[in-house]
Design a protein around this ligand. Sequence first.
Ligand SMILES: *Cc1c(COP(=O)(O)O)cnc(C)c1O
Length: 382
Amino acid sequence: MTDKIHLSAPDVGPLEESYLIAALRSGWVAPAGPDLDAFESEVATKVGTRGAVAVSSGTAALHLALLGLGIGPGAVVLVPTLTFVATANAVCYTGARPIFVDCDPRTGNIDVALLAELLQRIRSRGERIGAVIPVDMFGSCADYSTLLPICAAADVPVVEDAAEALGATHLGRPAGSFGRIGALSFNGNKIMTTSGGGMLVGDDVALLERARHLSTQAREPVPHYEHRETGYNYRLSNLLAALGRAQLIRLGSMIHRRRRLRDQYAKLFAPVPGVQLIGAEDTGSNCWLTSIRVDRQRSGWAAADLAAHLAARHIETRPVWKPMHLQPAYADAENRLTGAAERLFAEGLTLPSGSVLNERQVTTVFSAIDEFLTTRTGAPAA
Ligand SMILES: *Cc1c(COP(=O)(O)O)cnc(C)c1O
């Protein structure tokens, strides 16, 4: 039997099973209950924020963050072009307009100098900038030490899309804690999972409570069903929160495994001309996904060649995110580009990075890459 090796499969086992069964037996089979409350406070502790609100997805978290900041029709929101589509979609749900910003070619994170220039330019035409949403790409924090002062000076709130970055740090501070509010995702392929789920984290308790209210159909706290505005059914299930609590206990060891894989890839590719690990210098990364970029002029082969070689051996790889400005859904949106994201899309390849990979699977992946490099360069890679 060939078992396919995935990019980032869920890493769940007996601990998750016991937490789920205990929650089921507790009778709290609803989007309310003790595991939900405990999960929120445990994640808030992990991220170092005063509060947290558990919701049904990272996308819902982003949507509520923007609504909580009063963003709607007439506002523009600055979003990196190199991201998963959810970041842009959440902006559109509010009726605001996303403007896409190119990335730093080394990290894939938002190009802060370009962002600063764009903030000025949009300001000068008198438009209302609702927020900036930096994305912590593949588990590596954006450059907050330069980004935050620029956004503060422009008086624009930051919504941190930390969907990929739980457990990462930037200058010792945890991912999720940098903006007015941060969004996490617990989708099946993320660093930890509740199968589907997300969370808002932050220190602004009033903003979090506003999001919580909107996430529960904006139901007023009275005995009958009273609603003064349109809300959403975005709350996380107590069962899934229980699963999340078990995952959170194991988060440190799961990150450790992903970091070890990153180190192994770094060693493997170090002697290979034209190949670089994206974001390799960031020691605070949670190493959610490891991606390489391949300069085919120097390597003599393209990322797609390695992808095809691995696919034939049932090993999954992916290009990095296709930039939003190249997506048909967002082709008409305004953007500010340098070409960096397009080059990363053309040259990047994301490699199997999951913490669930066993030693045999890791050996299979590394032998397959070794074999590819040997045939392509005529000499063993290392
Ligand atoms: C996964 C992801 C999201 C969305 O999270 P879901 O839980 O899948 O809705 C948002 N932004 C980024 C950058 C992501 O990678």
